[in-house]
Write a protein that binds this ligand. Structure first.
Ligand code: GAL
Length: 675
């Protein structure tokens, strides 16, 4: 054969492979200018949070990092945000954002400063901090290893030695036994691939080594440690109920030149080393550490995560000659904007990260996403894009449960010191003053929009048609299918994402003594004498939120609150009433989505709907229509606001339990629903 024949074959094969790779692994870029970024939709149960890590905010630590800062002549972390003494006011900042979740790490070096010596004071402080978060209705998510550990552990060789894993697992067990009963969410190790590559390949993190052999051992030991920790915590009391997961940083690797096979090889190699081998190991239980060709079985690794935490920041464009120091700017596409960290903003990569981890078949939580941006001019867009991507992925059916912004406030950014500001709050390190940035306000707006309003339940009414049963017991406390109707109502509200409920308990208040509902914050308001439905609401006006969902305590109405609230907000009326058309009787007339007539007692031939029970009310309605004394909400407010009430038509069946017959029907329905 002629030389040109072989050359031709080689060229054709090359082209075939490159075209195949190009089509199989597209580098997605969206035209952001054409996207309506406000078109987002999050489930009412979505967990909104912010994240931090101990060494980056607490101050005055003594650990592997402080040692490294000195030995490498890096910026010294020092007091950082002085969070260890300012935690309470910092939690005000968390609360003011409206988030319901907060991720932070336990500083092992504080808790066990010397091998086997526990600092009781530090344990108590963390415990107090957690109590404080819970009091504020903020769920703590605890990370057990976020890059820092005690000096004595480092001196023993840290995670480079398999026998040292015991120390960290023992620490984790101890923390879980003290805090496990109040903390549900646990992250074992933060970003094992970053810890291994930065500390043992690039030498930018402690211990500042550059050795493939060590990288291999550390990686293997981190996954062994994770698996052992997961199994150990699961077997402790409360372990079954805890949600324990690994936090994985996903870096997307794309070839710089898509026609260059060498760039592809580099991208695939790095993807394998940084992402795939770690994720695969959770699926298969076998781990092939980066820089190793052999895979090893790790006991207990398979299935050792109840969720997968995704930390996502950027994509990297690969060539065989990539810079390994931060002094040289990484490559980027011409249209991409650089963050202060010099890598580009690439929100599309978050979706690719979701698709990548989705193969694990686990709930996904974005445990970190944010941007270094000193003047806060990029962060708002960064938030908008990444939340849009998240919302789209949820719409497409991916099981994404929450989003933790990195970070609550500016802090000590590891090897970069104080140069990189990631916070939603600006921190003045001279005065320790914190100031909310515009991006922080924006994030808070997203949360406020997706939050379910307070639920107000008129629970004090006595039933006249239920005979002896409700002479002295409010209808809402009558048991159906094993528990009071009120508990069923709150079950539904909670499942729809409501967290706060105001229960108007009438004048027989003591009947509600000891009543509680898991996962909900209940507030009870009693009347001195019977005040009627309107009087009861007026009587509780100081506890009403500006917008609330009003429910009747003897109606079970399982409708989609999210849609209802969205309609209410979009239509900008002060009262939205749910109207059902397919009911056997009618008590109102509606036209063009407005309720124009209502009567409780007389039936009008123009009536074409029935009030189904659930409504959304602006507090201003109570203020303008209400007065002291006894009065009926429906007979006062509905006529007064006639023509201004948004009619939300929904045919979901509702269950009122006014008569024994209806009670029996509801019982049957609930039983059927349960089985
Ligand atoms: C992550 C790390 C955080 C934070 C963030 C910003 O890799 O977990 O601690 O520093 O990067 O770069």
């Amino acid at each position: 054969m002629e030389w040109w024949f072989y050359t031709g074959i080689a060229a054709a094969s090359y082209m075939f492979v490159v075209i195949y790779l190009h089509l199989r692994h597209p580098e997605k870029h969206l035209n952001w200018g054409n996207i309506e970024l406000s078109d987002v939709d999050f489930p009412p149960t979505f967990s909104w949070g912010v994240a931090t890590a101990s060494h980056q905010i607490e101050g005055n630590n003594h650990n592997n990092w402080t040692q490294f800062e000195v030995s490498q002549n890096l910026e010294i972390s020092g007091l950082t945000c002085d969070h260890w003494s300012r935690w309470k006011t910092d939690f005000d900042l968390v609360e003011n954002l409206g988030v319901g979740h907060y991720r932070f790490s336990l500083e092992w070096s504080r808790l066990e400063p010397e091998e086997g010596e526990w600092d009781q004071g530090a344990i108590e402080q963390y415990s107090m901090m957690i109590d404080n978060l819970i009091e504020r209705k903020i769920e703590p998510m605890v990370t057990l290893h976020h890059f820092s550990h005690p000096v004595w552990f480092e001196a023993k060789g840290g995670f480079a030695k398999a026998e040292n894993i015991d120390y960290w697992v023992r620490f984790s067990e101890k923390m879980f036994s003290v805090l496990g009963w109040k903390v549900k969410w646990w992250c074992t190790i933060n970003e094992p691939a970053v810890f291994a590559s930065m500390g043992y390949v690039l030498g930018e993190f402690p211990p500042g080594k550059r050795s493939f052999g060590l990288t291999r051992s550390v990686s293997l030991n981190l996954m062994r440690a994770h698996a052992r920790c997961y199994r150990a915590l699961k077997s402790l009391p409360g372990g079954e109920d805890a949600q324990i997961g690994l936090v994985k940083n996903i870096n997307i690797f794309d070839p710089y030149r898509r026609w260059n096979l060498l760039h592809w090889i580099q991208a695939k190699l790095l993807d394998e080393m940084f992402n795939q081998c770690w994720l695969r190991s959770l699926r298969t239980g076998k781990f092939r550490p980066p820089s190793s060709i052999f895979s090893r079985k790790i006991d207990g690794l398979r299935g050792s995560s109840d969720f997968i935490g995704v930390n996502y920041y950027t994509h990297l464009l690969t060539t065989p000659f990539m810079p390994t120091t931060v002094e040289i700017d990484p490559l980027k596409r011409p249209w991409e904007e650089r963050t202060d960290f010099r890598y580009p903003m690439y929100a599309e990569g978050l979706r690719r990260s979701f698709d990548m981890v989705n193969s694990l078949n686990l709930p996904i939580i974005v445990t970190e996403n944010g941007v270094a941006d000193d003047d806060d001019d990029m962060r708002p867009e960064h938030i908008r894009r990444h939340l849009w991507i998240t919302s789209q992925a949820i719409r497409d059916g991916l099981d994404i449960r929450g989003f933790y912004h990195w970070s609550l406030m500016d802090n000590f950014e590891w090897a970069e010191g104080y140069t990189q500001r990631f916070g939603l709050y600006h921190v003045d390190y001279q005065t320790q003053e914190r100031t909310l940035k515009d991006s922080g306000k924006l994030y808070a707006e997203y949360i406020a929009k997706s939050k379910m309003p307070q639920v107000v339940v008129l629970a004090g009414g006595l039933g006249s048609r239920l005979g002896g049963m409700t002479k002295a017991t409010p209808k809402s406390l009558i048991e159906v299918d094993g528990k009071p109707i009120l508990s069923h109502i709150l079950d539904w509200a909670h499942g729809q994402g409501c967290k706060d409920a105001l229960i108007l308990i009438g004048h027989l208040g003591e009947k509600f003594d000891g009543f509680s509902h898991r996962g909900m914050n209940l507030q009870f308001v009693k009347e001195n004498q019977p005040l009627g439905t309107g009087g009861a609401i007026w009587n509780a006006r100081q506890y009403l939120a500006d917008e609330f969902i009003l429910l009747w305590g003897d109606d079970y109405h399982p409708i989609d609150y999210k849609r209802l609230v969205k309609h209410h907000r979009d239509n900008r009326q002060r009262l939205t009433m749910t109207v059902i058309e397919s009911h056997d009787t009618q008590n109102l007339q509606h036209a063009e989505n407005r309720v124009i007539a209502y009567s409780k007692s007389k039936i009008d031939e123009n009536f074409n709907g029935y009030e189904a029970g659930t409504s959304v009310v602006q507090k201003s309605v109570v203020e303008s229509c209400g007065h002291t004394g006894s009065w009926s909400w429906e007979e006062t407010v509905y006529p007064q606001l006639s023509g201004q009430i948004h009619a939300y038509i929904d045919e979901t069946k509702f269950w009122d339990m006014g008569t024994p017959d209806r009670l029996a029907k509801l019982e049957k329905f609930l039983k059927r629903n349960r089985s």
